[in-house]
Design a protein around this ligand. Structure first.
Ligand SMILES: [Cu+2]
Length: 565
């Protein structure tokens, strides 16, 4: 149990005064935990450069909100911006009117207004919160949320730290989106610099190259279509601090340290490792899982993983989070004393270009020419007990239309695949979705009475992102779940990008190889050409957002409303 709460980790004095690690003041009133949150633009320095992020109570990330399962949450949010805002409680089961999505579950919070969120805390674990208004999330409007369990936890630790990852840009997010719309691969340029960089590293080593070039995270590197916004535009942060600030969590050798890793990025998947330490994954998306010892894990946007590490030596260990496309990284440190830092791991080659053929992709471009006939493809299972084995995949009329530049002709079971760039890691275990097994079977074990198949579609050239070829602005109505029904949601990724798909208000129980021990997730990342399924108990009446958690994909149309009626 958390005997020594280490949440007051050290921030170097030369970092800005309010960087990360604040905890929101809690007022206790009977059964309620009351918090006040003020949202405003705050001038500050990020990595030595002037910035004006949206802050909550003066910091990015916003303060840690910590409350207890079984109590009532009361959160009073005051908007000091000159535009509407909102807070969505990511992964939290609550009445839909408290979910915080403007236009779906409430009207939003007007400038000058205070909105009071109030809901019972029914669950426990590591979560987060963020704006669901405009592109505010890209401007720093997010923070960690910990719900302490009513019952003792099934694992032990002596220190407890939040490791919140995010991507900061000094550019206006609206400008970033317009650049993406103007030309495919806007941020995937200057390949020469990559070569130069690696040549310099080979010739003179990491630290000198690093020092000479400034942050790798600000370098312009090609990602070859693995991410649409890259380290060319982003400074990656841990708890609001760039690598130079070296956020440090303290430990005494032999202690067990719990790290609550939250990916609060707008657009960036990270590969996280701590060279020299095994990490034991104990929870995914706030839900306890059978412990899995790994050397590395990939964390999709909006996902969370809790890991326990046990540093034995009296030395500094580097927490290294590399963007999936290798265009940048951010590091932090676990150390026995303040002011220490460990070595950075050797750079790894950029992932090779995605090979469409191997991903089950056909370049059946231009649906207009294909005519109206629906297309059916048989699926072949990689795993013999895969629930979707042998299933016919039907692409819609017109091949999903011009909004879908390609379809997955032979979508694959990919939950045992660590993903692009992590394929060849012999002797180095990378977490895969197939490793996640819940600690207990969930109470609702009814077989799904209905299946809904949804295709993730896109046209990178036009920067159109959609479900079943339709942008949110083009659909006629919500996806309807009937209250109380048990559903199987089948998702097929027809694009060449990874998409973290998030359902509000209800759990998605990922159908991996663990049968009734399905792990519960609020966000499921699909790889290119992947098909997977999740079971859902439609037990939460109301209107809920369902969307890709890549911010600019959501904005470009990969968004639907799910109505539970
Ligand atoms: Cu997406």
């Amino acid at each position: 149990m958390g005997l020594l709460a280490g949440l007051d980790a050290l921030v170097p004095a030369w970092a800005w005064q309010k960087g990360g690690n604040l905890t929101a003041a809690r007022r206790v009133d009977g059964d309620s935990d009351i918090f006040e949150l003020a949202i405003r633009r705050t001038p500050m320095s990020i990595g030595g450069q002037p910035a004006r992020p949206i802050t909550l109570n003066g910091s990015i990330p916003g303060p840690l909100i910590r409350m207890r399962q079984g109590r009532d949450a009361v959160l009073r949010v005051t908007n000091h911006l000159d535009e509407d805002t909102s807070i969505h409680w990511h992964g939290i089961l609550l009445p839909y009117t408290m979910d915080g999505v403007p236009g779906v579950s409430f009207a939003g919070i007007k400038p000058g207004e205070t909105f009071e969120y109030r809901y019972p805390v029914e669950q426990s674990g590591t979560y987060w919160y963020h704006s669901h208004s405009g592109l505010q999330e890209q401007l720093g409007h997010y923070g960690p949320l910990i719900l302490d369990p009513a019952e003792p936890e099934p694992f032990e630790y002596q220190r407890d730290y939040v490791v919140m990852l995010s991507d900061w840009t000094f550019d206006d997010p609206g400008w970033v989106l317009s650049r993406l719309k103007k030309g495919e691969g806007y941020y995937n340029y200057q390949k020469r610099t990559v070569g130069d960089f690696f040549r310099d590293v080979a010739a003179q080593g990491w630290s000198r190259t690093w020092a000479e070039r400034g942050m790798w995270g600000r370098m312009r590197m090609s990602s070859r279509d693995i991410a649409d916004v890259t380290g060319a535009a982003y400074t990656y942060l841990i708890n609001g601090l760039p690598s130079e600030s070296n956020w440090t969590g303290l430990f005494r050798p032999g202690e067990k340290v719990r790290l609550r890793v939250i990916n609060g990025s707008a657009m960036s998947f990270f590969d996280v490792r701590i060279p020299g330490l095994k990490m034991t994954v104990v929870a995914a998306d706030g839900q306890n899982v059978e412990p899995v010892p790994v050397d590395e894990f990939r964390i999709g946007v909006a996902e969370t993983y809790d890991v326990i590490v046990e540093p034995q030596q009296d030395r500094a260990y580097t927490i290294f989070a590399e963007s999936m496309d290798r265009s940048g990284f951010v590091r932090a440190t676990l150390a026995p004393r303040a002011g220490m830092s460990g070595p950075l791991p050797a750079p790894r080659p950029q992932p090779v270009e995605r090979e469409l053929a191997s991903l089950g992709m056909g370049h059946e471009m231009d649906g207009m020419e294909m005519g109206a006939g629906a297309m059916a493809h048989r699926m072949d299972a990689a795993g013999g007990d895969w629930v979707l084995a042998g299933r016919k995949v039907v692409h819609g009329p017109e091949n999903h239309g011009p909004g879908a530049a390609m379809v997955a002709t032979n979508p694959q079971y990919r939950m045992s695949d660590p993903g692009v760039g992590l394929e060849s890691t012999a002797g180095h275990r990378v977490l895969v979705y197939d490793d996640l097994r819940s600690l207990a079977p969930w109470p609702d074990q009814r077989a799904p009475g209905r299946e809904i198949e949804l295709h993730l579609t896109g046209n990178m050239e036009r920067y159109m992102w959609s479900f079943d070829g339709k942008k949110f602005s083009e659909v006629d109505g919500p996806i309807v779940f009937r209250h109380g029904e048990r559903l199987r949601l089948i998702m097929v990724n027809d694009t060449m990008m990874d998409h973290p798909i998030h359902l509000h208000g209800m759990w998605m129980e990922l159908e991996n190889r663990h049968g009734e021990y399905r792990p519960r997730k609020h966000t499921i990342s699909l790889k290119p050409g992947e098909m997977l399924s999740a079971q859902i108990s439609a037990d939460a009446p109301g209107d809920w957002a369902f969307h890709c958690h890549l911010l600019y994909h959501m904005k470009a149309g990969m968004f639907r409303v799910v109505s539970v009626v």
